[in-house]
Write a protein that binds this ligand. Structure first.
Ligand SMILES: [Zn+2]
Length: 226
């Protein structure tokens, strides 16, 4: 649940000289200028409006801006323009901008690394792929590079398909103990087309199960049917 709303922050408070309260006639008036701001989880996101409130220190009568005379309103408007909004009322916005910047930087670094992996495939690289022609939700499958010979990359397929990009294999799954050749250019094409979603190197083979090898079920032969 995202908690958000708006709040007020006093940005300036000053006594009003030579002015009497229209209620008690005392010269004890204060003007408060505050900024309304939007917050998200109580972190100020951005300010959106400055308002003024006149307040009598003697009888406590408060006068909102809309109740003030046009002349006085004009004066207040100038005053409001002269006080600046504290920068921290933009904290949330700054955090969001920095976070977006960070994630897009991290994303572009990850892309650069994957480009390098595509240029120089290595034994053990994991390719996380999507089969867009698969009609069920189990569209995701993995390849593990078994060996590289010139421009041929030999890959072993994962024994199972997944309904999301897997970060680890199910306990009973692994990579089959056979491989077939894919041309380096084809891998690059698949990456460009988004059929290769992610490429991993230097992963934890134990906890992910990416080191697990499973035997391909031997085909049923006429001999075994007898
Ligand atoms: Zn008063």
């Amino acid at each position: 649940m995202i908690i958000y709303g708006w709040n007020n922050k006093t940005i300036k408070q000053a006594p009003l000289e030579n002015m009497a309260c229209d209620n008690c006639q005392e010269q004890n008036l204060f003007l408060t200028i505050y900024s309304k701001y939007v917050h998200i989880f109580w972190i100020p996101l951005f300010p959106f409006k400055k308002s003024a409130l006149m307040h009598c220190g003697h009888c406590q009568k408060a006068t909102e801006e809309k109740q003030m005379t046009p002349d006085f309103k004009e004066k207040i408007k100038q005053l409001k323009n002269s006080v600046s909004t504290p920068k921290y009322l933009y904290s949330g916005l700054i955090i969001i901008v920095l976070a977006i910047g960070y994630f897009s930087f991290a994303g572009s670094q990850a892309k650069k690394m994957e480009q390098a992996f595509l240029e120089e495939p290595m034994e053990g690289d994991i390719y996380k792929n999507i089969d867009k022609t698969e009609e069920t939700t189990y569209k995701y499958y993995l390849w593990k590079v078994a060996k590289v010979e010139n421009d041929s990359v030999f890959v072993s397929p994962s024994s199972y398909s997944y309904d999301g990009i897997p970060t680890k294999l199910e306990p009973e799954d692994g990579f089959y103990n056979f491989s077939y050749a894919i041309h380096k250019n084809e891998l690059r094409d698949m990456y460009e087309k988004g059929e290769v979603k992610k490429i991993l190197r230097d992963y934890d083979g134990e906890s992910t199960g990416f080191n697990r090898v499973v035997a391909y079920p031997s085909p049923v032969t006429t001999d075994s049917i007898q």
